[in-house]
Design a protein around this ligand. Structure first.
Ligand code: HEM
Length: 413
């Protein structure tokens, strides 16, 4: 299977002229309040009147009036039966087969495609198995996602809402067609789409789930796994330690020495992935710290809040940039150095914190481990650089600061 990348731009979806854009840009809304420091962080993640979902509603525009991210939580919980290694490993194998014995990859896209597919798999087997459909869906989700980013949208909600409404409407039509197809085929699959249909959920709720999962999971996972692979490629010590750990896992679980790699990786139980890969866990944690330029957003839905000498009015938007701790030299000396053995002095917020902490942590971690294990066991990875690349914290896409590529060469060739 080849890749399924495509692109859609906001103005091409909406047919906006430059003067439309200018008029929309002039309709600014108040800037958000930025919290920082240990006390600001504590309030941001613990204060019950700071709502995530209220923010979602306003960021996604009017089409999302039925969008219910609470439901995403419930579904992610129900997904646990589906997030098994054998369900996900197939996609790593497919993608790696398409790369053959040698591949020069763009780090900004190669692993994002497979992350999108792995996140969609528990949601709908049909969507994840259809490269053409993924090619149509991913650029639209990317568009909704990019315009949802608070640091990049410059708080111009009028433009971004229009983009979101248009892209969301297209996603809705795609999902609706999938629902019709599943209903009319009479087939009964063991995915979340089927569970929701069996529970009598509306098309709009199913759309909300699909969009919610891909927004919450796909970009974060694509970015993290890309950086994890780039750091391992640049660090022989940690790369060797991770490989050794995976080899041990394989030797314990392989049915026979001749069993093919992909079959063995699929048959390693979830519990073993979760408890017997401490080195990989350290590498993932450090990558989440250094390569996640995320800004969390909330809305104060309660009465005004007092933070030291400051007031957060009712209705105000509040943000917490992860850079406040993740790359703060007081919390992490030499913060841009990737060092999985470092001591964590600040609060680790790689999966968020408090009641909105990531619900896809297990699925995300398992998917990343499977992908890294498949790549490391099959290929030699080189980056052709003296030093590891540096993540650009000024862009939500977290591109490397300098142009670089990932070269994979099959170990057997
Ligand atoms: C490496 C992969 C991932 C990373 C780094 C990540 C990170 C995060 C972070 C930092 C938050 C907190 C956001 C905030 O406080 O505003 C969050 C929330 C969330 N994540 Fe993830 N995530 C990942 C994968 C996934 C996946 C695969 C799914 C589901 C398929 C998922 C579902 C969610 C959901 C539903 C929430 C909101 C939880 C709530 O509001 O209670 N995430 N994630």
């Amino acid at each position: 299977m080849g890749g399924f990348m495509g692109s859609a731009s906001c103005s091409s979806l909406l047919n906006l002229t430059p003067s439309d854009l200018g008029a929309l840009a002039s309709m600014a809304i108040p800037r958000p309040i930025v919290l920082s420091g240990p006390e600001g962080r504590r309030i941001f993640f613990k204060e019950k009147n700071l709502h995530l979902y209220e923010t979602f509603q306003s960021l996604l525009g009017s089409i999302s009036s039925e969008f219910d991210p609470h439901q995403v939580n419930g579904v992610v919980r129900r997904m646990s039966a589906i997030q098994k290694p054998d369900n996900l490993q197939f996609y790593c194998q497919q993608q790696l087969d398409s790369w053959g014995t040698q591949a020069d990859l763009d780090p900004c896209s190669a692993f994002h495609e497979i992350a999108f597919q792995m996140v969609m798999r528990p949601a709908s087997f049909d969507i994840a198995d259809d490269p053409a459909l993924l090619s149509r869906l991913k650029p639209l989700v990317d568009l909704v996602d990019s315009t949802s980013n608070t640091s990049e949208s410059s708080w111009l909600p009028n433009i971004s809402s229009l983009c979101k409404i248009s892209a969301s409407a297209r996603i809705y039509r795609i999902i609706q067609a999938e629902i019709q197809k599943r209903r009319s085929s009479g087939s009964h699959k063991r995915d979340t789409l089927q569970q929701m249909l069996d529970d009598g959920e509306s098309s709009f709720h199913i759309f909300g789930l699909m969009l919610g999962l891909s927004l919450a999971g796909a970009r974060a996972m694509g970015t993290t796994v890309t950086w994890l692979i780039m750091y391992l490629a640049s660090d022989p010590h940690w790369s060797a330690a991770v490989q050794k750990e995976i080899e041990t896992l394989i030797s314990v679980h392989a049915a026979s020495p001749s069993q093919i790699l992909t079959e063995t990786l699929s048959s390693i139980p979830l519990q073993a992935w979760e408890t017997q890969t401490p080195t990989l866990d350290l590498c993932i944690r450090e990558t989440l710290r250094i390569a996640q330029p995320y800004t969390a957003v909330r809305k104060n839905v309660g009465p005004e809040l007092t933070v030291g000498p400051y007031t957060i009015p009712s209705g105000a938007s509040v943000v917490y940039p992860f850079s406040d701790t993740s790359i703060n030299p007081n919390d992490y000396p030499n913060p841009m150095r990737w060092d999985p053995s470092r001591e964590f002095r600040g609060d680790f917020i790689g999966w968020g914190a408090g009641k909105h902490a990531c619900k896809g942590q297990r699925l995300g971690t398992l998917s990343m481990k499977l992908l890294v294990a498949s790549v490391l066991m099959r290929y030699r990875i080189t980056m052709g650089m003296q030093a590891p690349p540096v993540p650009d914290w000024s862009s939500a896409a977290c591109r490397p600061m300098e142009k670089c590529g990932i070269k994979l060469t099959a170990k057997s060739s």
